[in-house]
Write a protein that binds this ligand. Structure first.
Ligand code: SF4
Ligand code: SF4
Length: 329
């Protein structure tokens, strides 16, 4: 494997001076064996979070980079765009019809992944009340040629551009619902907003959690961004999908080896009562902040290479069959 040009990594002293006393891993609930709702560690109002100084530092890096400036201006325009108010009496029709019409509409707007799941209040950040029954999850894919340049500015700008597309798609869906007389709420990144979206995306069939802490999808690997829409329109959930990502990740070390600050470990961890892959926040953030949001781990993941995912799934299936036949012999 080629040596990483980003290793060894030493954070800038001016950034380290901003590191708060409280570990971001503590905020995230690393090591906690009981369930609790998540709390904001980043992507929130800086004055309300211990790592607000570090978050500000991120946004102050490379303020004149043309690719970043342009991508942010475009995303900010989409952030400011309003979702139209609810209009007319609420349309009454069966869940099957709503889901079909929604899927048909999703096929006409710019997005790559679309799914539906029942809203689980466990996903809401502490102190946030969300009175909705359903989550419509949206995924928008990065341009692989751009994201594979991570952690350079082209990749950073691509991530910002996709956050803009994710915002636009969720606002379009939210407006579509409101035009039919029902309330809806578009939850978009990068600011963390009201709920964690990864568990909802896993539940509606986008894929499984990889060792790098992001979802692995069969078609797009980890090369996509999320947004979602909450509503009470009656809907039918889309099923979870599993392709043995855990098995693959337990034998793959690509992201572990590639992460310059060594934030990705070989074992799962207990986080708020759940055993799962977890990225060390305190190790990741300094490199992330100084390198356009990094993205090395999601871009280097083999599943993110175009057309590779379906082939990996076939390989995993063959491996499973072989192991099963050995057990039967
Ligand atoms: S790079 Fe390998 S170990 Fe890391 S998430 Fe992707 S498949 Fe899993
Ligand atoms: S985003 Fe964080 S975890 Fe991923 S490679 Fe970069 S520093 Fe490591």
């Amino acid at each position: 494997m080629a040596k990483s040009p980003y290793k060894p990594y030493t954070p800038k002293p001016e950034q380290m001076a901003l590191v708060p006393e409280m570990s971001g891993n503590t905020v995230n609930g690393l090591g906690e064996t009981e369930f609790r709702q998540p709390t904001h560690v980043y992507w929130s109002e800086p004055k309300n979070i211990p790592h607000g100084g570090l978050q500000k530092f991120f946004f102050e890096q490379n303020p004149d980079n043309p690719a970043i400036v342009e991508a942010r201006a475009n995303r900010d325009e989409l952030t400011a765009a309003a979702v139209l108010p609810v209009s007319g009496p609420p349309l009454q029709q069966p869940a099957q019809q709503w889901s079909q019409q929604l899927a048909d509409y999703a096929g006409t707007i710019e997005l790559e992944l679309f799914g539906i799941t029942a809203f689980n209040p466990d996903w809401a950040f502490q102190g946030v009340e969300l009175d909705y029954k359903w989550v419509i999850v949206i995924g928008v894919a990065h341009d692989y040629e751009k994201i594979k340049t991570a952690p350079e500015d082209i990749a950073g700008a691509e991530v910002i551009r996709q956050y803009g597309r994710a915002k636009k798609a969720s606002k379009d869906v939210a407006t579509w619902i409101r035009n039919r007389g029902w309330d809806s709420f578009a939850n978009t990144g990068p600011m963390a907003g009201t709920m964690v979206m990864i568990p909802a995306a896993i539940e509606c069939g986008f894929g499984e959690l990889g060792k790098h802490g992001s979802i692995i999808n069969k078609e797009y690997g980890s090369s996509f961004r999320l947004s979602c829409v909450l509503t009470n329109v009656p809907l039918i959930p889309t099923p979870r999908q599993s392709y043995d990502v855990d098995d693959f990740c337990s034998r793959c070390r690509v992201c572990e080896n590639a992460c310059p600050p060594g934030a990705i470990g070989p074992e799962k961890a207990t986080v708020r009562g759940e055993e799962k892959w977890y990225v060390d926040f305190d190790k990741c953030i300094p490199f992330f902040n100084e390198n356009y949001g990094c993205s090395i781990c999601i871009s280097i993941c083999p599943w993110s290479i175009p057309d590779r995912g379906p082939r990996i799934v076939e390989q995993l299936l063959r491996r499973k069959e072989k192991l099963n036949s050995l057990v039967e012999e």
